[in-house]
Design a binder for this molecule. Structure first.
Ligand code: BGC
Length: 830
């Protein structure tokens, strides 16, 4: 991985990217060609602005098994029935490709993959400016050397704009240079061919036109959601000699223009392709085609668009700064993850009807679906741009009706957000999927995971706790909490003999357990994660009612409160949910977990090496992970990710069980040694959990999580999109976990403990309308509030309380009380 951040191996002194690269902490670079890694690189070179994103595919390439141009709009889905399917699955739609741009020297071949010899190829993502830079030196079969320099952006200043500037230099030849620029509406979804029903053509009714010698447009309709998208492109040539008139070449589903220009050796010809994209889902837009054409008419040169875009990124970086030292090897990955997070969830999302797609807007993995991954994202956003969390939670709120129907279908009341969903909020979880080991179709029971609503409810409360946003709690948050409580209370059954409630037939986050041995897919009883979360939600639904009762002015106008009977039952359930413990006081993942067999990890490691796909490997052998005490990802330990040791102790004791927090380190060891980390979310949760007991391992986990989309480009599923939950979750480890940041009773509390792998951490957070800068190192914490008219912020650093006035800075020495790495430490971290 190192070479991606250092000087690329084949240096070309003429290459501007080799001679003047962006600063090391702000760059992601790839040199040379690597067809096997191209899909991953395209994902990592994706540009986006929350509304729109385009994969970093080469403009001269089409989808060909190596390259995959993909352009997506947030929340823009279509349902397509695959072979043998009647209903089909909703997928994010691959939209018309706006990139196509190529050239040829007179009499030569068009520049395309496999055409000519690429002597040098260098691609750089300039993270600070949000620009993708590319330089290629290509030699054609007549030994004509042509240098191509490209700058590409998807505007952070105007969400509808994207632009590509291509500068072509004929190094050793003169004559006619043909340039072809176009829009391709003939695209299909084909980025994730191993997923059921994910390939196919979602666009129909393609129409194209030419406005003037520089501008063409294309519009298309989705096959079932009937969304219309429109793209207009202006191609303008700057430099070169006499020019021949541009001619439009309409194809059945595409349109392009060919421009011929005379060039001499060393002369630069620039081609500015500027594109506007609109859809009928946009607000304040009635007709996307005229909107796109008008936008282009009002848009200036590439440099004009670039200047505004760079200024917008500068403002965004000022809000999302997270520095661990310019020289730190992981500074660039921290920024790469921040960059892609912001490209998916930018401030523009606030005005959209879009959720948190697990794979970003970077590919078609999981059909662009939404799972529970927001649980790893919102706590980070709450302290940066809480309006974003609010908008994303409102996306859930708008889908409460679908969630209520899903709950009824599950035989109970309240609301159940499906495990996988798209635009409609309906259940899109697959019934079958391909084994990543054998490629065979196998039953897929992951849709049995009903814990998404628990994640949403948890996020509602944390958002409220962080922001104090009463109007949100009243307008949407309360109902989300109550409907979640209602659902789980409906599932809980009472056992009068023990005065205990059971929740049966469920599935926790660990996807290796969907049933008892011999009964796959039938669910499990009394999952610790679910039962503890349910206890927490029941209590907090009640607390939210109490908060709003104290503020009659903002109380919802609709009747959403639970009845007295419900309240009594919730209170009883919350106290009497059943949990199981293993012999040594360790919380059991579910009832009967202790009866499962132990896996011989040593033997399996020897046989397979990497055990991230342990479940499918066992399946290949005719075995079943359900038989063993193995986990794909954090499950019981998720509780320690979400709750401090103190909170968890209170919760479990509140359910009437003895719980000794001194058993927490043993619990962490127990499950960690039985986890294969088959989900990228797993290392995030474990990095957090270990921060309390073993900071060295915690940091190791964190850097693996940070590197999720950067390591192993040959084999990684990053070719189908980034892993957004792991990205945001990793950043949150730095932001909240290592600073020990928590908001409790309106006090901003800090209890920093950096691992040895970090010398310092500097970030800016937003708390109750104030911008606060935090600087933490091993000896001290410095906290500064930006000047302004707000009230002082109540702060506590390791229980030392003080008010932080606007415009002031307080530095507090950290006594060397922190235990050394590796020593148990149960002090409150969250
Ligand atoms: C994980 C889920 C996650 C999903 C999408 C799966 O591999 O097991 O927990 O929600 O990926 O990121």
């Amino acid at each position: 991985m190192e070479e991606e951040y250092g000087v690329p191996p084949d240096v070309d002194p003429e290459c501007e990217l080799c001679s003047r690269p962006p600063p090391a902490g702000w760059v992601l670079a790839y040199c040379g060609e690597a067809p096997g890694e191209e899909g991953t690189r395209e994902t990592m070179l994706t540009l986006g602005n929350g509304y729109l994103a385009s994969r970093g595919a080469d403009p001269e390439a089409r989808a060909d098994g190596v390259h995959y141009p993909g352009t997506y709009l947030a929340g823009f889905h279509n349902r397509l029935a695959g072979p043998g399917q009647s209903d089909g699955t909703e997928s994010i739609v691959n939209l018309p490709n706006w990139l196509p741009l190529t050239f040829r020297a007179a009499g030569g071949e068009w520049f395309a993959p496999g055409q000519g010899r690429r002597v040098h190829e260098h691609r750089v993502l300039d993270l600070r400016r949000g620009v993708y830079l590319r330089e290629v030196l290509v030699v054609d079969r007549d030994q004509r050397r042509t240098r191509v320099r490209q700058r590409r952006l998807v505007s952070m200043a105007n969400p509808h704009l994207a632009a590509l500037e291509t500068t072509i230099v004929a190094e050793n030849w003169s004559g006619r240079l043909d340039i072809r620029s176009g829009l391709d509406g003939g695209v299909v979804n084909a980025n994730a061919p191993t997923e059921a029903g994910s390939c196919g053509r979602h666009l129909t009714h393609v129409a194209t036109g030419e406005d003037d010698a520089e501008t063409v447009w294309l519009t298309a309709l989705t096959t079932s959601s009937r969304h219309r998208v429109a793209v207009a492109a202006r191609t303008r040539i700057i430099g070169g000699g006499p020019r021949h008139r541009q001619t439009a070449v309409p194809g059945p589903d595409d349109v392009s223009q060919v421009i011929a220009v005379e060039v001499t050796p060393g002369e630069r010809v620039s081609v500015e392709k500027t594109v506007a994209i609109f859809s009928n889902r946009d607000r304040a837009v009635s007709e996307p085609v005229p909107a796109a054409r008008e936008e282009l008419r009002q848009t200036g040169s590439f440099d004009d668009v670039l200047a505004e875009h760079v200024a917008a990124w500068a403002r965004l970086w000022a809000r999302f700064r997270l520095d661990i030292g310019e020289q730190h090897a992981w500074q660039a990955p921290v920024r790469v993850q921040t960059f892609h997070l912001l490209q998916t969830l930018s401030p523009y999302v606030i005005d959209l009807d879009a959720g948190v797609p697990a794979r970003g807007l970077h590919g078609e993995g999981y059909h662009g679906h939404i799972f529970w991954d927001e649980l790893f994202v919102y706590p980070y956003l709450d302290l940066r741009m809480p309006e974003l969390t609010r908008a994303l939670l409102e996306y859930r709120y708008r889908r409460l009706t679908a969630a209520r129907r899903q709950a009824v279908a599950a035989g109970t009341a309240g609301a159940l957000f499906p495990w996988q969903s798209g635009e409609s909020g309906w259940d899109e979880s697959p019934a079958r999927s391909r084994s990543p080991v054998t490629g065979e179709w196998v039953d897929d029971y992951t849709g049995r995971q009903q814990h998404v609503n628990l994640a949403v409810a948890y996020c509602v409360w944390r958002y409220w706790e962080t922001t104090g946003d009463l109007s949100f709690l009243a307008a949407a948050g309360l109902e989300l909490l109550i409907e979640t409580a209602r659902f789980w209370a409906g599932l809980a059954t009472y056992d009068p003999d023990d005065d205990r409630y059971d929740i049966r037939g469920v599935m926790g986050p660990d996807e290796y357990h969907d049933g008892y041995p011999g009964r796959p897919g039938q669910g499990l009883d009394n999952c610790a994660y679910i039962n503890v979360m349910v206890g927490w939600v029941l209590g907090h639904a009640e607390e939210a009612c109490g908060v709003l009762a104290r503020h009659p002015g903002v109380r919802p106008w609709r009747e959403v409160d639970p009845t007295e009977d419900e309240r009594r039952r919730w209170e009883h359930i919350g106290r009497r949910l059943r949990l199981f413990f293993l012999d040594d006081g360790i919380l059991a993942q579910f009832e009967g977990y202790g009866d499962l067999a132990e896996l011989d990890w040593h033997r399996y490691r020897q046989r397979y090496g990497d055990l991230r796909l342990l479940g499918p490997l066992l399946q290949k052998e005719g075995d079943d992970a359900n038989r063993y005490r193995v986990s794909k990802q954090a499950d019981v330990l998720m509780l320690l990710y979400l709750f401090s040791a103190e909170e968890l102790t209170d919760l479990v004791r509140g359910m009437g069980y003895e719980f000794d927090p001194a058993r927490i380190p043993a619990t962490v060891d127990y499950y960690l040694s039985r986890t294969s980390h088959g989900s990228t979310l797993s290392r995030v949760a474990h990095a957090w959990v270990l921060a309390r007991t073993d900071r060295r391992r915690s940091f190791e986990m964190l850097v693996t999580a940070l590197g999720t989309d950067l390591a192993d480009p040959q084999h990684s599923s990053t070719r189908n999109g980034i892993h957004l939950g792991a990205s945001a979750g990793s950043l949150d480890i730095l932001q909240r976990c290592y600073t020990g940041l928590e908001i409790r009773r309106d006090v901003l509390r800090l209890n920093p403990q950096l691992p040895d792998g970090l010398d310092e951490l500097d970030c800016v957070i937003r708390y109750r309308n104030q911008l606060i800068n935090l600087h933490v190192d091993h000896d001290s914490v410095r906290i500064s509030a930006a000047p302004g008219a707000d009230q002082p912020v109540p702060v506590a650093v390791r229980e030392k309380f003080f008010p932080l006035d606007p415009g002031s800075t307080v530095t507090i020495a950290l006594p060397p009380a922190a235990p050394k790495d590796g020593a148990p430490d149960l002090r409150r971290q969250k």
